[in-house]
Design a binder for this molecule. Structure first.
Ligand code: GCW
Length: 680
């Protein structure tokens, strides 16, 4: 991309000095961009309100040093001052102990803004909160107010492969270049970029990162043993920003790495092997977060081979990390991926609930069951997984997908904030929300790579930022987070925020309009999952079908006549979803097989809805593209060019979706478009 300076090799940049000077290096601008890497939501200018003032920092420890380094760098640039001794000041950042908490108290009196924290991370988050507030942090008087995260674990899972996988590449479902951590089978030497990543993550509240793919291939498996030093280096780069590192491990590690004849979780030799391996991990990374495990899922090994349960498997690993305060994140993505499409009684949507609900209460306290937010697989529209809320005796983490596998692969603008917020605010039983049930935390599959814009599509940064903010405050309005992101990233030129909002705000619904209709999902090209193929998965073993015929479309998941999936919900949802009359339009085809002439709550027939939304979706992309073009003078040229390129592809692809989906359903149904538009 024109306008970007290539990354300077880190050795050339390495000078002496502590974290302060390192931070200085990180944020030094080259033609408005930091050393060829987009500054994202931490441009130098965001620190001006702090950097022009006098700051007093109290307390000690590595994270206080980070805070000091940040403020010192801002002051160097903008002429303010920072001190550790009491002097007249505009901002006090004070750590009063270190109890491990993450909140802070912010107030303003007598011309001085004060952030007080009793845990070091809290001070860091307080600093970034002041950055977000900008000048507003230094106006008027405000009563001290407590700010603290609702969820203790706010985590990104990287599906990064150490060695390039022949099919999946460097990053599985990665759309932003190579891995930030790994390259050509080795850890990257350039830890500056990792550190800079940690800084961005801390600034939106993320505190944990898993550094390798849940599909653990041969090279990744060894991160647990002889390649542990590489993990320790990454942990060292992220630690100054309060981020703990986790590792995905293979359940078969005792066999693959230890030469044992079994990985049976109840075999004493197996647990002894894990205990030793874990001890070595903690010796190298004392604040290691724990293991992430994909077991008995899409061909990965697991406890089923030994006639053991998932609780047996998770608890054995949980016991290994327990002495060190670690956690096991055990994924609930367990289903039959070798299904016969002729078999209408098997329903993939049911699988996680059927496997795990009987185990409620059996998981150790430090074993967290990590559940995808929907029952299928990160489609643009799915109901909330009925597993969430059905396991009160188990700590659950909810997994979202920031990487846009099924939502345009970071070539399409698709801001997922509203979708995630709907999920998190969903009242499972009419009362408690998903956000409140996620006691084990909120996790997203990362959308970041070594791309200069971090996320390929520069506007996909909004997803990463919004994820962090929602994990901190699951009930928060995502539009507020979008506005924060816009303000920090793009500044405040008149007209800019309005334009960006209009592009991003409805982009998820736009994407939904031109892709698979009414919650039915998939219809993507098999394998890479980009672009339309209505029947691409219709006769496959993956369990993702739409059952369209000449009369109708959709999956009958009712209790009365279908797979019974609707009955996995608590009331009122079991009843709402059971009937096509009460089921919300947007999920109708997820729960019911209906005729093309079925009338939606909107008053339209299903077939006319399909036609209309597909035409509208493309028109909305065209409109967004025009708005973007009109912002050319207000946006950094390199950013503008990149997004312009992506819009061209988005429009091409949206038209392809429209034409394939509309033609498919016209040919199946024979029903013409009421408005007589061209359908091929
Ligand atoms: O969404 C699917 C992806 C796989 C992924 C799997 C999972 C890492 O297509 O690439 O594997 O989900 O979540 O484990």
């Amino acid at each position: 991309v024109s306008g970007y300076v290539r990354e300077v090799p880190s050795r050339a940049r390495r000078r002496g000095g502590g974290l302060g000077s390192r931070t200085a290096r990180l944020s030094r601008s080259v033609g408005g961009l930091m050393q060829g890497v987009d500054p994202a939501w931490l441009p130098d200018g965001a620190f001006r309100p702090i950097g022009t003032r006098r700051t007093l920092i109290r307390g000690s420890g590595p994270l206080v040093d980070t805070v000091h380094g940040e403020v010192a760098e801002a002051c160097e640039r903008f002429g303010g001052s920072v001190s550790r001794a009491p002097e007249p000041c505009d901002l006090v950042l004070e750590l009063t102990g270190d109890d491990g908490s993450e909140g802070f108290v912010l107030g303003r009196r007598d011309g001085c803004t004060t952030v007080t924290a009793s845990g070091a991370r809290g001070l860091l988050y307080g600093l970034f909160h002041v950055v977000r507030l900008g000048e507003a942090a230094f106006l008027g008087e405000t009563q001290p107010a407590v700010h603290e995260p609702k969820l203790a674990l706010r985590m990104l899972d990287h599906w990064d492969n150490v060695a390039v996988h022949p099919v999946m590449g460097q990053v599985e479902r990665g759309y932003a270049g190579g891995s930030l951590f790994w390259e050509d089978g080795r850890a990257r030497g350039d830890l500056d970029r990792v550190r800079r990543y940690g800084r961005l993550l801390a600034a939106c509240g993320i505190n944990a990162v898993s550094v390798n793919n849940v599909n653990v291939h041969a090279a990744e498996a060894r991160l647990l043993t002889e390649r542990l030093g590489e993990v320790a280096d990454i942990a060292g780069a992220l630690r100054p920003y309060g981020i703990r590192v986790h590792l995905s491990v293979t359940f078969a590690a005792p066999m693959v790495l230890g030469g044992l004849p079994t990985a049976d979780p109840l075999d004493p030799g197996v647990s002894a092997w894990w205990a030793e391996a874990t001890a070595r991990v903690y010796a190298a990374v004392p604040d290691f977060g724990g293991f992430v495990v994909k077991a008995d899922s899409e061909g990965q090994p697991g406890p089923f081979a030994y006639g053991r349960t998932h609780a047996d498997g998770a608890n054995m690993l949980a016991a290994a990390v327990e002495p060190y305060g670690g956690t096991v994140h055990w994924r609930a993505f367990v289903y039959d991926h070798r299904q016969d499409w002729r078999d209408r009684s098997t329903d993939r949507a049911r699988a996680a609930y059927d496997h795990f609900v009987p185990l409620d209460g059996e998981f150790a306290d430090n074993a967290v069951l990590q559940v995808k937010h929907g029952p299928m697989d990160f489609q643009v529209r799915e109901p909330v997984s009925p597993l969430i809320g059905a396991m009160p005796g188990t700590r659950l983490a909810v997994e979202l997908q920031a990487t846009q596998e099924y939502t345009g692969q970071q070539r399409h603008v698709c801001w997922l904030g509203p979708m995630w917020s709907e999920v998190l605010r969903f009242r499972i039983d009419g009362e408690s929300t998903v956000g409140a049930s996620a006691r084990g935390g909120l996790v997203a599959v990362s959308n970041v790579g070594d791309d200069p814009f971090w996320t390929g599509h520069p506007l996909a940064q909004a997803n990463l930022y919004t994820f962090g903010r929602l994990a901190w405050e699951p009930g928060g309005d995502p539009h507020r987070f979008l506005d924060e992101w816009i303000g920090l990233t793009f500044g405040s030129a008149p007209g800019l925020a309005k334009g960006l909002r209009s592009i991003l705000d409805g982009s998820w619904r736009t994407y939904e309009k031109y892709t698979a209709p009414l919650g039915v999902g998939f219809m993507v090209q098999p394998g890479h999952h980009y672009g339309p193929s209505v029947d691409g998965y219709e006769y496959s073993p993956w369990g993702t079908y739409h059952f369209a015929d000449r009369d109708g479309v959709g999956v009958d998941r009712s209790v009365a006549s279908g797979t019974g999936y609707a009955g996995q919900y608590a009331k009122p949802w079991a009843e709402v979803y059971e009937s096509a009359e009460t089921c919300p339009d947007e999920l109708l085809l997820f729960f019911h097989h209906v005729s093309y002439g079925h009338t939606l709550h909107s008053g339209k027939t299903v077939i006319q809805h399909i036609y209309d939304t597909h035409f509208e979706g493309v028109a909305e992309v065209e409109a967004a593209q025009e708005v973007w073009a009109s912002l050319a003078d207000l946006v950094d040229p390199a950013r503008h060019t990149r997004v312009t390129e992506r819009f061209e592809e988005q429009l091409r692809s949206a038209r392809e979706w429209r034409d394939q989906v509309n033609s498919y359903f016209f040919r199946k149904s024979g029903v013409p478009d009421a408005r007589g538009r061209t359908i091929h």
